[in-house]
Design a protein around this ligand. Structure first.
Ligand code: F6R
Length: 360
């Protein structure tokens, strides 16, 4: 049941604190983690694949493996597997991320890699679904059933599990010390509590902003580094339930084309990870947008040095940047939700979309 909430999507957004805690305690004791890390170590090449929201989590994983683990992980969209699988052999590993565990595009990619002898690690929310069943190892999110078509709590919990795997890999391979790894795991352990505060604080802000967003025709979602998949997720939510054209891309690309579209009043949502180097780079991107009259919405730490640049500020408590998908996505889910509702749409049943796509 919707348990007093107007929609499943809103209920599931609010379930994130609990879903993150359950996922954290689940993975803390999961023996599959060690086995997955061993497969990652032994692999010649590592690929990660998924569709939609799960691909955004996968892309985050590849960035984290590079930043923390100093290891290249090749991300690709599941329906594009035919352009990749011929490069795989029995020395390689494919990580498949799928909340339902039944997405046909992801399953086809898995089978193509298996046929070439590659090992497979699944990350799923549904125990014993097709993708985990056909994998060597399965690691689970513990988000509970997700009814709303738009993925919410399954995304933030996927990024928790994938962060955990990247940290474990980086620690085992010596690129992170035990104390650094423990510190990062500590942040993951507190993420549920932090998200509870974020939702309570920012739901009214999202609701107010939605009153303007209901009338916009386009929006850009920009960030850099590990913020980029979060921007991609923010844009997808707005598209799929509020039917507003939204485009996400790494902020440095603006001057290579997209800024041509920006004029007075054009909304640009910046996902700003809590990292000084990224804030510095994003400052230039914010200024070039403002110079063309863009309205700047920043999802950023409450202590960011960029706050006077922002027309709207979703104030995120000061946390470690590794939590960016967990801390910076919920306000963007809420913005999409309230925009859809104020336009009179049912966010639980977006047009043309099914919860699980079991056809190619
Ligand atoms: C977006 C959404 C879809 C799914 C995609 C993959 O809100 O829900 O993009 O993320 O269809 O589904 P799973 O994770 O079940 O493989």
């Amino acid at each position: 049941t919707r348990g007093g909430y107007a929609h499943f999507m809103l209920k599931e957004i609010h379930e994130q604190p609990r879903a993150l805690k359950d996922t954290y305690y689940g993975i803390l004791h999961d023996v599959a983690v060690g086995e997955a890390v061993k497969l990652m170590h032994d692999a010649d090449k590592i690929y990660v694949t998924a569709a939609g929201t799960s691909f955004h989590a996968s892309y985050y994983f590849s960035l984290l493996m590079s930043i923390l683990g100093k290891r290249l992980v090749i991300p690709f969209i599941a329906s594009e597997y035919e352009s990749y699988y011929l490069t795989a052999s029995d020395k390689d590993l494919l990580v498949v991320v799928s909340q339902s565990g039944e997405t046909m595009d992801a399953l086809k990619a898995l089978r193509a890699f298996r046929n070439r002898g590659a090992g497979v690690v699944a990350v799923s929310n549904v125990v014993d679904s097709a993708i985990p069943r056909e994998s060597n190892i399965a690691v689970y999110t513990r988000a509970g059933p997700e009814i709303g078509v738009a993925a919410t709590k399954t995304f933030t919990t996927q990024t928790l599990v994938l962060s955990w795997l990247a940290i474990a890999y980086a620690e085992a391979s010596g690129s992170l010390s035990k104390s650094e790894a423990d510190m990062l795991r500590g942040w993951l352990g507190r993420s549920g509590e932090v998200v509870g505060k974020i939702i309570a604080r920012l739901e009214p802000v999202a609701k107010r902003l939605a009153e303007w967003f209901r009338s916009v025709g386009n929006a850009y979602y920009l960030s850099r580094s590990i913020g980029v998949p979060v921007a991609m997720e923010g844009a997808l939510k707005l598209k799929e339930i509020a039917y507003i054209h939204a485009e996400a891309y790494p902020a440095g690309e603006s001057k290579h084309g997209p800024i041509a579209l920006v004029e007075e009043g054009f909304p640009v949502i910046f996902t700003i990870p809590n990292r000084e180097d990224l804030e510095k780079l994003l400052l230039g991107n914010i200024q070039e947008m403002k110079a063309r009259g863009a309205v700047i919405i920043g999802v950023a730490s409450e202590n960011t040095g960029l706050s006077d640049q922002l027309d709207y500020h979703f104030r995120i408590p000061d946390t470690h940047w590794i939590l960016t998908p967990i801390t910076h996505t919920p306000p963007q889910q809420l913005l999409a939700y309230y925009t859809a509702v104020s336009k009179g749409y049912d966010p639980d049943k977006p047009r043309n979309l099914a919860k699980t796509v079991t056809v190619e």
